[in-house]
Write a protein of this length. Structure first.
Lengths: 255, 290, 373
């Protein structure tokens, strides 16, 4: 988009799994540019490769072709939030949120202070010494978000973080996330298969095709920042949702 | 839950009613009674069996020269303990079990961790260890006797070898079955190998490892008794088989009871230790009612 | 639930109150008629109190006591620890020559180690055991089982040096070797009858079973350990002792006492109470075998030695290298007392010593030779 210094730039990126005749093209080829502070949502059908894109961005996976570049001086600029198995059952909530800071060898006192700050922001202050097994799904994802934001990452990668939650909790967490990220202005790449979620949260919404995933549409939700969950009732919201669904639906129908 | 069928007098159609039952009406009392019943059963059943044995011996349904009555065993054990004859054997066996268990657990855990996380090491060592796993360790006793001579060496080595395999296998499979998501999180946050071990691999695998360790505790006692029969001059296993050779049945039973108690105590100790080390893990003694 | 507790309580009370059935030791022994036996005169019975080392063992004429077949043929099992030791020869010869068959007995010799055979004998699953009143037997009788020593086996030739050998240290001579705190290698367990002569030999030299360290070794290793210094002393059997005999570095301190058999036939309840006739018949055949084939120096006859070698599956040179055993079916007075004090010293037996009447029964071999008490 003419952005001179994009935070993240992917060129001709693709990924294949397996060898020989059983090889499967999972992703791409695609290009992607993300500006600093931009919240980009990628919506697509199941199995289209959106998680693969995120894993390449996080460094967990290498691309088969192409390149993904991140403008940064840190070797680990990203923090990731997973759908499940994110936080650790054997650490209590405070230790979990502090995990990234412990890895970076931040002194314990400072790390605890920062962690508690984030716990407060996510309404988890009373649960600091609880173990994840005693928490509900929504609480656990809040812990995961706190853990990711506590390290103040340059890039936030979120892989369908609310998919395992019920519809009501999902809306509540979307609102909370909106509030948080509008304060921190972290560059974010957010994967979902819910168009509604993508439009509420994103500065840009990219629609991905079925496997191998390529971008088939890009829209900017016409809602200024700072926005709240009320945009869901705006007529532009419904219109955009229908338009994107028309593009997404044929991809989502099982072959 | 309580259901009742009540006939409507007027039009004679039956009605099915769901009513509160005793658990709903008096939850505290019901729960307390249930717990009391469970506890008393847990105590009463073993006690009843022991009483039955005592009765059988007293009424000569069994030959009490061959199967001494529980009171005889207790009295004999008490006399021996009071005379200080019992403790040296118990201590000798305990020392061997503890030493072998410590060595076996440490080495089994280390190797299991290594092989679980590094696939090259696993590829190199797994076939060899799988083959050794099925060799009865007792069959290796003559080899240990040659290696370590007489004395404590072969006994401790045998216990260590037995315990090693249990702990190794449960550690390796525990590490291998750590969900990838746990490792991914650590990796994305930039954990070094040591940090990954300390924060992720060690705690994630610990509950399964402790299960293996608890099983190994029982087996260690089993193995030491068999090995003491062959290659030791003291200890509870030696006591059992020596008294058998000398046709002293009551002493033999004292030895057997002592070994049983030792096995139970040791196993429970490991379980309690496991609970302390893994406060987050669910209790593995599942009681039916919450 | 309350009723379960009450039931448990009732059981406890009844179990506690029920009197222990005390096993009456000796079986009812109605007096048996003893008839004189031709061929067995004054020499067929010696006074048990005679402990002289040069006592001539009891003997009858060849072929006596004559067989008195039972009215009904009877199958009997005798357990023995081994079939290839020389002291088992009389039993094997008896079977081979049909002496048991002549009595109407169908005898099987079964090889079983003592710890396995003894409980079977006590329960009546086997009828007799060719062994010795070891500590295990004493303990068994103490527990209430009905077992008795009813005939002797042998005493060693005075020329034999089977027994306690010691490696001499500097300055020691055969007449005095301080044995306290020495290591003794043996393949025999602590509860064996050898404890008694071992204790005697050790005591003469300042030792004692309680003062000496035992090292259990396999029979092949005993001599090696003595020669290479692994142990200071060892109990060597026939013919192993020949290897160190005449070597100045080793001294013989003593063996099994002369004129005192330490083992022989053990009977269980089957032959002590249920069928005494069969018991006497068994001993009669055994005694007749001694009188016929083992009366004196049986190794003088090369043909017989060859026959023994064949029966025991051993080499005739091995048999010829040691002197003949003095077969002796009688039991000396006080042997079991001396054995029990040795067991006590070795720590393998507990409780008060049992009187000889509970462990020994001479009436059966007495009846076989027609001796009236």
């Amino acid at each position: 988009m003419g952005e001179p210094h994009p935070k993240l730039q992917a060129n001709d990126l693709s990924r294949t799994f397996g060898r020989g005749p059983s090889a499967v093209a999972a992703l791409g080829p695609l290009d992607l540019t993300v500006a600093p502070g931009e919240f980009v949502c990628i919506a697509g059908p199941s199995g289209c490769g959106k998680s693969t894109l995120l894993r390449i961005a996080s460094g967990l996976l290498r691309p088969s072709t192409g390149e993904l570049a991140i403008r940064t001086t840190s070797p680990r600029p990203a923090a990731m939030i997973f759908q499940d198995y994110g936080i650790y059952d054997w650490k209590n909530v405070l230790a979990n949120v502090r995990f990234g800071l412990d890895i970076q060898r931040v002194p314990r006192r400072e790390a605890n202070a920062r962690a508690r700050d984030w716990l407060a922001r996510l309404g988890l202050a009373d649960f600091a010494s609880a173990y994840p097994a005693t928490l509900s799904g929504g609480m656990r994802q809040r812990v995961a978000i706190a853990r990711a934001l506590a390290v103040e990452p340059e890039i936030l990668l979120m892989d369908e973080p609310f998919a395992a939650l019920d519809a009501q909790l999902r809306m509540i967490l979307q609102d909370e996330l909106l509030e948080l990220t509008q304060t921190t202005r972290t560059t974010t790449l957010f994967i979902t298969h819910s168009l509604e979620e993508a439009i509420v949260l994103g500065d840009r919404v990219l629609v991905m095709s079925a496997r191998p995933g390529r971008f088939i549409a890009e829209r900017r939700p016409p809602f200024p920042r700072p926005r709240s969950g009320e945009v869901r009732s705006a007529p532009e919201f419904t219109a955009l949702k229908s338009e994107l669904w028309q593009l997404l639906r044929p991809e989502a129908v099982p072959a | 839950m309580n259901t009742a069928v009540r006939k409507e007098r007027t039009d004679s159609t039956a009605v099915l009613v769901r009513r509160p039952g005793p658990q709903e009406l008096h939850p505290v009392r019901t729960h307390r009674r249930r717990r009391a019943l469970e506890l008393s059963l847990a105590l009463a059943v073993p006690l009843l069996l022991v009483l039955l044995w005592q009765l059988a011996a007293a009424q000569a349904w069994i030959d009490d020269r061959v199967y001494p009555a529980p009171t005889t065993i207790l009295a004999d054990g008490w006399d021996r303990a009071a005379a200080g004859d019992l403790w040296p054997d118990v201590w000798a066996t305990l020392k061997r079990v503890l030493a072998g268990y410590a060595i076996g657990t440490a080495s089994g855990y280390a190797l299991g961790l290594l092989m679980g996380s590094l696939s090259l090491v696993r590829a190199a060592l797994e076939p060899l260890l799988d083959a050794l796993y099925v060799v009865p360790k007792l069959a290796l006793l003559p080899i240990f006797l040659n290696m370590f001579g007489l004395g404590e060496g072969p006994q401790v080595a045998l216990v260590a070898a037995t315990v090693f395999f249990f702990v190794w296998i449960s550690t390796m499979s525990a590490v291998m079955s750590i969900p990838a998501g746990y490792r991914d999180a650590g990796q994305v946050f930039g954990a070094s190998s040591w940090q990954m071990f300390r924060h992720v691999l060690l705690p994630a695998s610990l509950p399964a490892v402790l299960v293996g360790a608890r099983i190994a505790a029982g087996v260690a006692v089993l193995v030491i008794v068999a090995s003491e029969q062959i290659a030791a001059a003291n200890g509870l296993g030696h006591l059992i088989f020596d008294s058998r050779a000398l046709f002293q049945n009551d002493v033999m039973f004292v030895g057997i009871v002592c070994v049983a108690v030792l096995g139970v105590v040791f196993s429970e100790l490991v379980r309690v230790l496991g609970r302390l080390l893994t406060p987050w893990a669910p209790r593995d003694r599942g009681r039916g009612q919450p | 639930m309350c009723s379960a507790v009450l039931a448990a309580g009732a059981l406890l009370v009844s179990a506690g109150c029920a009197a222990q059935e005390s096993g009456d030791g000796a079986g009812a022994s109605e007096p048996r008629t003893i008839k004189a036996v031709s061929g067995c005169g004054d020499g067929s019975w010696t006074d048990p109190a005679d402990l002289a080392a040069d006592r001539a063992p009891a003997r009858c004429a060849e072929g006596t006591p004559a067989p008195q077949p039972l009215t009904e043929r009877r199958k009997l099992t005798i357990a023995t620890g081994t079939l290839s030791a020389e002291y088992v020869a009389p039993l094997q010869v008896a079977v081979a020559q049909g002496e048991f068959k002549k009595e109407g007995l169908d005898v099987t010799l079964k090889v079983l180690p003592t710890p396995d055979a003894l409980p079977l004998l006590a329960k009546g699953d086997i009828d007799a055991q060719w062994a010795a009143p070891e500590a295990a037997v004493i303990n068994g009788v103490n527990s209430g089982f009905d077992i008795k020593w009813v005939a002797g086996n042998f005493s060693p030739d005075p020329k034999s040096k089977s027994g306690l050998w010691v490696r001499l240290k500097d300055g020691e001579s055969a007449s005095h070797v301080p044995m306290a705190d020495r290591k003794l290698g043996t393949m025999i367990g602590k509860g064996s009858v050898i404890a008694y002569p071992m204790n005697q030999a050790l005591k003469k030299h300042g030792g004692g079973l309680d003062k000496v360290q035992f090292q259990a070794l396999g029979s092949a290793d005993v001599l090696t350990a003595l020669q290479n210094g692994g142990v200071d002393s060892a109990w060597l059997l026939d013919p192993v002792w020949r290897k160190v005999d005449g070597d100045d570095r080793y001294a013989f301190l003593g063996g099994q006492p002369a004129g005192e058999p330490l083992g022989g036939m053990l009977f269980g309840p089957n032959l002590l109470t249920d069928d005494v006739d069969a018991g006497v018949a068994l001993l009669r055949a055994y005694i007749r075998t001694i009188n016929t084939y083992f009366a004196d120096d049986y190794k003088k006859d090369p043909a017989f030695v060859a026959e023994l070698a064949r029966l025991m599956k051993t080499d005739r040179t091995v048999l010829e290298s040691t002197p003949s055993l003095l077969m002796d079916w009688e039991i000396r007075a006080g042997t079991t007392n001396r054995l029990q004090s040795a067991y006590r010293a070795a720590g393998v037996s507990e409780g008060d010593p049992l009187p000889e009447s509970r462990l020994v029964d001479r009436a059966l071999y007495g009846e076989a030779v027609g001796h009236r008490p």
